[in-house]
Design a protein around this ligand. Structure first.
Ligand code: ZN
Length: 408
């Protein structure tokens, strides 16, 4: 933790416990003035998504009503949504860091930014827009859907930057190819939201659209997209440590992990006014990347997201994430990306069986051996690999249903 970050956090702790509100109640009984070092800070309790939900509708608001200019809300697919109030300064700061994201990707005021994420309560569309306007670029605020119109506008207005989720970018790429319009589009870059997406999908989008792709990260609880962004070197994402403080913890024990180890990202906001958050557990899995980036940017980096803590399983004391399995299968010749995992407990031992589809029936034994040894070296776990024919495993939309834990 930098000294400046710690000073900011100390001030926040005092300010938000001195007034009525979310953190006064949450930190009741804790002597805030005893927090005199980063180590003391690391003993403070985490803030959980459930608590934000319980604060519905405006329990997180930390300033008077007169200062709030906007709210955004998480999708709330599982019950009560989370409402995040923003002050004018929050809205301005968000645009400022979003502009920095575009600049990190080499996007400038001559670019034409085609925005397909949704507008409304969700933070996506408007974040992409305000950042691009602050940059001075031309915004084409499409929102999602209506593929015909998207492609027509893209051609007529000569859009140079596509902002989209990975699935929508792929759909557009396929439609453009299908219609034979590839030579009519002017796209150079794609800024893609931070859902986890495989290398094979990335290559398809990049090739079909003929663009360079960048990852952008963020979550509604902390501004929205725009708090981290990949650069030309595609080695993780730089995050803006003058606006957010990141920790990576073991999601099971809450302990802080050493640099390079995968764990849950925990975020403390350093400048938010409307709804500041202290040690917020994102449930996103990633790791800090050590060393300097060849691009020369001084901002630290996290890796591309590996998955969500909800998808994690523990086998023989080793944490396994779907992302790790995908990464390994992608590197092995003859193994496709479709897989299914069975975890059983037999004769007092955990056994993990990895079924994966393989294109080469005759080389089955060799491919299985490769998968087994890759897993052993990368993850430190001995598994039982089973290659099956293409199409044999059930196709599923949800990644989480690929891991079946039969132990309990
Ligand atoms: Zn860089």
């Amino acid at each position: 933790m930098k000294q400046g970050q710690f000073e900011t956090i100390k001030e926040m702790l005092v300010r938000y416990t001195a007034q009525d509100g979310f953190y006064r109640k949450k930190f009741e009984g804790i002597d805030i003035y005893a927090v005199q070092s980063p180590a003391d800070f690391e003993k403070l309790p985490f803030t959980y998504k459930e608590e934000l939900r319980d604060a519905y509708p405006l329990g997180l608001q930390a300033v008077p009503d007169s200062e709030i200019v906007r709210i955004h809300s998480s999708s709330g697919t599982t019950g009560t949504p989370i409402i995040i109030p923003y002050t004018k300064k929050d809205v301005d700061n968000w645009a400022e860091i979003f502009k920095r994201c575009y600049e990190t990707a080499g996007i400038n005021n001559l670019d034409r930014v085609h925005i397909t994420p949704g507008y409304g309560l969700w933070t996506a569309g408007i974040g992409f827009q305000t950042g691009a306007e602050l940059l001075g670029a031309m915004v084409i605020p499409m929102g999602p859907g209506n593929t015909d119109k998207q492609i027509q506008m893209m051609i007529d207005l000569k859009s140079t930057v596509l902002c989209a989720t990975s699935s929508y970018a792929l759909l557009l790429a396929e439609e453009i190819t299908k219609r034979g319009k590839k030579d009519k589009i002017h796209l150079k870059k794609g800024v893609i939201g931070s859902e986890r997406w495989g290398e094979k999908m990335r290559r398809r989008i990049a090739n079909e659209l003929g663009v360079k792709l960048y990852d952008i990260y963020g979550l509604t609880e902390i501004y929205g997209p725009g708090i981290a962004m990949s650069c030309d070197y595609e080695c993780g994402m730089h995050y803006w440590d003058d606006y957010v403080y990141f920790e990576i913890i073991n999601p099971k024990t809450g302990e802080i992990l050493p640099e390079g180890e995968i764990g849950e990202l925990v975020i403390t906001t350093l400048k938010k006014e409307g709804a500041p958050l202290i040690r917020y557990r994102t449930r996103d899995l990633t790791r800090f990347l050590p060393g300097d980036c060849p691009c020369g940017l001084d901002y630290p980096r996290i890796d591309t997201l590996t998955g969500r803590t909800d998808d994690m399983v523990k086998v023989k004391g080793v944490n396994i994430y779907p992302g790790q399995i995908e990464d390994i299968l992608q590197e092995i010749d003859g193994a496709s990306s479709e897989y299914q995992v069975m975890i059983d407990h037999l004769n007092g031992k955990d056994i993990m069986t990895l079924f994966f589809e393989s294109e080469h029936e005759s080389d089955k034994g060799k491919i299985e051996k490769n998968v087994k040894s890759y897993f052993k070296t990368r993850v430190g776990l001995t598994i039982v690999p089973k290659a099956v024919a293409i199409g044999e495993l059930p196709r599923s939309e949800k990644k989480s249903t690929r891991i079946f834990d039969n132990r309990y």
